[in-house]
Design a binder for this molecule. Structure first.
Ligand SMILES: NC(=O)C1=CN([C@@H]2O[C@H](COP(=O)(O)OP(=O)(O)OC[C@H]3O[C@@H](n4cnc5c(N)ncnc54)[C@H](OP(=O)(O)O)[C@@H]3O)[C@@H](O)[C@H]2O)C=CC1
Ligand SMILES: O=C(O)C(=O)Cc1ccc(O)cc1
Length: 449
């Protein structure tokens, strides 16, 4: 067995292979090679020349080869960084070329199909240790959660992988594949469903929300709009893969669509008592026992990050029904999920989404205004109707396992918002950086008091 088995292994004896040099593969290749490990990488054969020119010029220590066979033959730890829906085909192709005794892992967002592909196609002498960075490629990896899944491996190999991945300076969490998929269904898939639905609803109503007076309601709306734009600026396959391939995600996205539909029906039939009871019961179940660290999500900060040309003063703003948030909390309550228990796998977007939900539920006046608006104000009916259709539509696309339908739905909205994506991405990045800087200060103060 050629893979060194203890922590005296020197970097010079270890080659790390990366198969898939898209956004995340590049991040891993750069960080790992900067930390001093030898890196050999490939993407699809047609990208070979371009990648070689990009990475091998200028003295970069990353070696680019034509395909995954060449990576697999000489690497001691191989990380597949390919789209989740192609993991089986790619591992089937290159897996049998894996160097004897090497360690193999994947960085896809859903572990059930990845582990199944490794078990099906890797030789039995190969160890399996996967990972998952719980953030996008343009987020600073320092301090973000990094799941490590030691599925079929010795303690020494897990230790070696931990040493290699230490260069990301992330917060490592050791989980089983099953635990990973259950938690990320909640932290990621349902969060994305809410924002995907917002975009679909705004597009269906031919609105750019920052141009609509009723969305100029300050901080919470800015978070919704900026994160929606951020998701639609990314690649569809990332969201499709983690929702469609994770069975727990499908169930949770359906539960979210059910909550949206049921609350909307109560709204249009003006069943105020039932609606109110449901909102308060869900709020108590989710937030009752938890003191969050989100008090720092203040309007003063969030108001700065708006795509709107004119800002409406706080006292002139119109309340919103916040159906997307009310349904999120309702769905957590119905599923018995306490989101704070899943913070080990939080992503920046989940943290913000939980933050704004908490912001709404801890402000009794704002919550009562949302209930009043939901019951009595027709100004939001069209938006809430389209939001309900959208939530069900996304749930169906995911439930049918329909990658092509998912892509079409996603790209239609992506095209609609494309003209403002660059600006929204810049604002979203600034907003996220500012909020996290503030929440970190808040956590620090809470710990030291
Ligand atoms: N983007 C994100 O925010 C995050 C993504 N992830 C996960 O990381 C993985 C990669 O995502 P990301 O980097 O964003 O996606 P990208 O689409 O940017 O990169 C994936 C790359 O893999 C390539 N690829 C496909 N088939 C092969 C093959 N046979 N051999 C070599 N390369 C191949 C793709 O080529 P082509 O495009 O030509 O098919 C593409 O360049 C996904 O599974 C995703 O779920 C995890 C955390 C965050
Ligand atoms: O933060 C989010 O939810 C993102 O949208 C970025 C993202 C996408 C896929 C992942 O597997 C991890 C993070």
């Amino acid at each position: 067995m050629s893979t060194p088995q203890n922590d005296s292994v020197s970097q010079a004896n270890v080659t790390v292979g990366i198969i898939g040099m898209g956004d995340m593969g590049r991040l891993y290749a750069r960080k790992i090679s900067q930390a001093g490990w030898k890196v050999i990488a490939c993407d699809t054969p047609e990208k070979y020349a371009g990648l070689k020119a990009e990475f091998e010029g200028g003295g970069s220590p990353i070696t680019i080869v034509e395909n995954g066979h060449l990576v697999s033959r000489c690497s001691d730890y191989i990380i597949y960084n390919v789209p989740a829906e192609s993991i089986d085909a790619v591992v089937k192709l290159y897996g049998p070329s894996t160097k004897m005794g090497a360690i193999v892992g994947g960085q896809t967002s859903c572990k059930a199909p990845e582990i199944a592909a490794f078990e099906a196609h890797l030789p039995s002498d190969v160890e399996i240790i996967s990972c998952h960075s719980l953030h996008g490629p343009r987020v600073d990896s320092r301090g973000q959660p990094l799941a490590v899944i030691s599925h079929r491996a010795s303690a020494a190999s897990t230790e070696l992988v931990t040493r290699i991945l230490a260069c990301l300076q992330s917060k490592i969490v050791y989980l089983s594949a099953l635990e990973h998929d259950r938690i990320t269904a909640d932290t990621q898939a349902v969060t994305h469903a809410a924002f995907l639905s917002m975009g679909t609803a705004w597009q269906a109503n031919a609105q750019f929300p920052w141009e609509v007076e009723r969305y100029s309601t300050g901080g919470v709306e800015n978070v919704k709009i900026n994160i929606m734009m951020r998701i639609y600026s990314n690649k569809w396959h990332v969201y499709a893969g983690l929702a469609i391939l994770n069975p727990a995600a499908r169930d949770q996205i359906r539960a979210y669509a059910d909550s949206v539909t049921e609350l909307f029906k109560l709204m249009i039939s003006h069943k105020r008592k039932e609606f109110e009871e449901r909102i308060f019961t869900a709020g108590e179940a989710v937030f009752g026992r938890h003191k969050g660290a989100y008090a720092l999500l203040r309007d003063e900060i969030l108001d700065q990050y708006s795509l709107a040309e004119t800002r409406i003063p706080k006292n002139e703003r119109r309340p919103n029904s916040h159906l997307s948030l009310l349904a999120m909390v309702d769905c957590w309550w119905k599923l018995g999920i306490i989101p704070y228990e899943h913070m080990i796998c939080e992503t920046p977007l989940f943290r913000l989404w939980l933050g704004v939900a908490e912001y709404l539920y801890r402000d009794r006046k704002m919550l009562e205004e949302a209930i009043e608006t939901a019951m009595e104000d027709d100004a939001f009916r069209m938006d809430d109707l389209e939001f309900t259709f959208a939530a069900r539509g996304w749930s169906e696309a995911v439930g049918y396992g329909d990658f092509e339908g998912y892509r079409k739905r996603f790209e239609k909205v992506q095209t609609y918002f494309a003209p403002r994506v660059a600006e929204a991405t810049r604002l979203g990045n600034e907003m996220i950086a500012k909020i996290f800087e503030k929440t970190r200060e808040g956590e620090h103060e809470a710990k030291s008091s």
